[in-house]
Design a protein around this ligand. Structure first.
Ligand code: SF4
Length: 298
């Protein structure tokens, strides 16, 4: 496929020596591989960091504020109180990645924080946080499926009803999916449902995606048989990734999403040259390939 004659974006920062890590499937990494095997490789195996995006940072900040909000006693979770959590959360996010400040150098951070407060306004129109307390917030789930498929991800919130029923909640700060993206949203929901089923042995009663920008809630009621089929799908996907990892065959797959790809300058489909394949990571320690910030960025 021919490459468009556009100026390539700045090349991603060079790869630091990859930490010893064991790749696993997360919703983001699974989506990467399905979209473009080369993108998956550069992100998950080469561990080449992507420059932060304004949208991703906004997502990280909103998640941090909602996590802090649900850490307060129920009566204190009034709308005005949520606003007081924005600045401290912003300072924490900034301290973790100081280069984020460059993103907002021109406009200043106030308009950005105003957007976050507007998303909180929307949130309060969708849920009343004074009426319930979640069982967990921003919980990391990690489980190995039958056949050794490792799943890993972060669940924004798990609510447990007095009857013991589980509800898994995911906040989204991007736009709600149109028909073309619904498959991606459904994939993510099934992923979390399966992870919860296999870690707790309980089929969640409901999965809820909360699209803050559009004030929209998508719900899904998982079905055990459907999740078993999905488990087999993940098994096939993981087998394909392992085989690619063995051979080093991660071909580029061009699509309109290339316009958003941080690795375009390294992509042969656009005249770039990727680094030599470093081989499949052999470590058994923590994975560096799915950070919390990435997990909430969509
Ligand atoms: S630019 Fe497109 S084809 Fe190339 S790595 Fe990125 S997503 Fe894949």
């Amino acid at each position: 496929m021919s490459a468009p004659a556009s100026t390539p974006p700045a090349e991603p920062a060079p790869s630091a020596p990859a930490p010893t890590r064991r790749p696993a499937l997360s919703p983001s990494r699974a989506t990467d591989y399905k979209q473009c095997p080369l993108k998956y490789r550069l992100r998950a195996i080469d561990a080449i960091p992507e420059p932060p995006s304004r949208q991703a940072v906004r997502g990280t900040l909103v998640h941090a504020v909602l996590e802090d909000l649900y850490g307060l006693p129920r009566p204190e979770r009034a709308r005005e109180r949520a606003d007081t959590l924005v600045e401290p959360a912003w300072r924490r996010v900034l301290a973790g990645r100081p280069e984020i400040a460059d993103l907002l150098a021109e406009e200043g951070h106030e308009p950005f924080l105003a957007e976050v407060r507007a998303l909180l306004d929307n949130y309060y129109r969708l849920e009343d946080p004074t009426r319930f307390s979640p069982e967990s917030r921003e919980a990391r789930v990690e489980v190995e499926l039958a056949g050794g498929v490792p799943l890993r991800g972060f669940v924004d919130r798990i609510d447990v009803a007095p009857t013991g029923e589980l509800r898994v909640v995911d906040y989204k700060t991007g736009r709600a999916p149109g028909p073309a993206q619904e498959t991606k949203a459904m994939f993510q929901l099934k992923f979390y449902a399966l992870a919860v089923l296999r870690t707790r042995g309980i089929l969640p009663a409901q999965l809820r995606l909360i699209y803050l920008a559009d004030e929209l809630i998508l719900t899904y009621t998982p079905d055990a048989e459907e999740l078993e089929r999905f488990e087999r799908t993940l098994g096939a996907l993981w087998a394909a990734i392992l085989e690619a990892g063995r051979t080093g065959e991660f071909p580029p797959n061009t699509s309109r999403l290339c316009g958003y790809c941080a690795y375009k300058s390294l992509c042969p489909a656009y005249g770039g040259t990727p680094p030599a394949y470093p081989g499949w990571p052999r470590g058994t320690a923590e994975s560096a390939e799915e950070t919390h910030a990435e997990a909430v960025a969509d």
